[in-house]
Design a protein around this ligand. Structure first.
Ligand code: FES
Ligand code: FE2
Length: 464
């Protein structure tokens, strides 16, 4: 029986296990609105997992900082005097005031606006006004450093942090599927973050925003207006060739894929053709792609060694569990930050290959800001649907009927490549959404990392 939720009823393993029925593909709507479930998520998903902080290019110099969240805990990610990355809880150790109010910047220290306690870039308490006169030299400043994340690690320049000292390494946490997700960004060479993060709050539960990123069913319907004005085309938005990769702890990639036959064409290129292909820019690849993968930029051939023969073909949307969406059509990352059960703060980070000219940057940014974010044609459609799906779950009677996630259930096969990589190659489906809720259940049921490591659902094989 769990008792670690901040308030409310204790939630036991059996009750948690009853919310998602993987055999029937049904979800209890309570999980989108219940404050006790939300508290348990903060404790067992966000405080336990590895959370995306920022990219190395956000904080290149000593003193550069970037503020982010781990669940509802605000953190400051800062490069200290030794050039190490520190992740400090943004709450003064005196009376809890937020130390840093800016989203990013450069500083020599963090001084609290309330009583003036001052902390170094490593979180140590450096100065206390009235230390001699008022505290009479009795305050043990060594004990009042800022609280730090338990671990901070990076993969290909993308920094993550966890508050749980028992978490596995970031490499092991991401596993093959999570790493392939980030490789989809890293494939474009050295990246730089564009200044500013687009942020807006949508009245929906964070899980509804997350599971939608795997949903290739809604696109032709929800986003029809974007198609009518010619912003996107149906063949790009809902190709029949779909491919899903399911990774441990809940990471997944779902969406279009390059078929094995198409990949064979690429594999059959001569050395000279291969060299020519590898030297193309992101945009040139996108132009070449219609013939090969439904207009998704094809990858440099050497990425096969990094992503493997199956990962190389996955062109869909990766999500790093719990809430980091890698949007690979453009170079964007989106965090779906929980703000209570009924609100989600959506953040959009935009990246560019470092080699881009100013004109290329402008063109890319125009496309990105018109797709997602508060002004994005696509996210406006999505946000409305998420809001009303969440709101309906508050209804006492509406809540009695579960949500339906049955598409493709029991009708596809997990294929295993000789390399050991697994994929489901099929039409539009809901495999990744079901996997998300299956793993989410594992996370909530386990009382520790030790238990989660032992009891997590292994990546599926066979009929799914
Ligand atoms: S709350 Fe920060 S110095 Fe008092
Ligand atoms: Fe959408």
């Amino acid at each position: 029986m769990s008792t670690d939720a901040r308030r409310g009823r204790p939630l036991g393993r059996e009750e948690i296990g009853g919310w998602f029925d993987g055999e029937k593909g049904l979800i209890d709507k309570t999980i989108y609105v219940d404050p006790d479930i939300y508290e348990l998520e903060l404790e067992r998903v966000f405080a336990r997992g590895w959370n995306f902080m920022c990219h190395e290019s956000h904080i290149p110099e000593v003193g550069d900082y970037f503020t982010n969240y781990i669940g509802e805990d605000q953190v400051i990610v800062v490069r200290d005097e030794n050039r190490a990355i520190q992740v400090l809880l943004n709450t003064c150790s005196h009376r809890g005031n937020a130390l840093c109010r800016a989203e990013m910047g450069n500083t020599k220290s963090f001084q609290c606006t309330y009583h003036g306690w001052t902390f170094g870039l490593d979180g140590k308490l450096q100065a206390v006004p009235g230390g001699a006169n008022f505290y009479r030299d009795k305050l043990d400043t060594a004990q009042w450093a800022l609280r730090k994340a338990a671990k901070v690690e990076q993969y290909k320049g993308f920094y993550f942090a966890t508050l749980d000292p028992d978490a596995p390494s970031l490499h092991d946490y991401l596993g093959e599927v999570g790493r392939i997700g980030i490789d989809q960004m890293a494939v474009h060479g050295e990246l730089v973050a564009i200044d500013g993060v687009q942020k807006n709050v949508i009245d929906c539960n964070w899980k509804i925003a997350v599971d939608n990123l795997y949903d290739w069913y809604h696109v032709n319907f929800s986003h029809r207006s974007a198609m009518r004005v010619g912003f996107v085309s149906a063949s790009v938005m809902q190709p029949m060739q779909q491919m899903v990769m399911l990774g441990e702890y809940g990471h997944a990639i779902g969406g279009p894929g390059v078929s094995p036959a198409q990949q064979e064409v690429l594999d059959g290129l001569s050395d000279e053709e291969r060299t020519r292909l590898d030297s193309l820019s992101f945009e040139e690849r996108a132009k070449l792609a219609p013939r090969i993968s439904e207009r998704r930029p094809i990858r440099p051939t050497h990425m096969k060694e990094v992503m493997g023969p199956v990962g190389m073909r996955a062109m869909g949307h990766p999500n790093i569990f719990p809430n980091l969406w890698i949007s690979t059509r453009a170079l964007q990352l989106s965090l779906r930050l929980p703000r209570g059960p009924l609100k989600t703060e959506v953040w959009w980070f935009t990246f560019m290959p470092k080699s881009y000219s100013l004109d290329q940057r402008r063109a890319m940014m125009r496309f990105m800001t018109h797709s997602f974010g508060p002004a994005g044609l696509l996210e406006q459609d999505d946000g409305e649907n998420w809001t009303y799906s969440t709101r309906a779950a508050l209804g006492r009677v509406a809540r009695r009927r579960p949500q339906n996630l049955q598409m493709g259930l029991g009708q596809d096969e997990v294929r295993e490549d000789p390399s050991g990589q697994r994929s489901i190659e099929t039409r539009v489906n809901e495999h990744a959404q079901r996997w998300h809720y299956r793993c989410w259940t594992d996370w909530l049921q386990a009382e520790s990392w030790d238990e989660l490591k032992r009891t997590r659902t292994p990546s599926p094989t066979g009929r799914i």
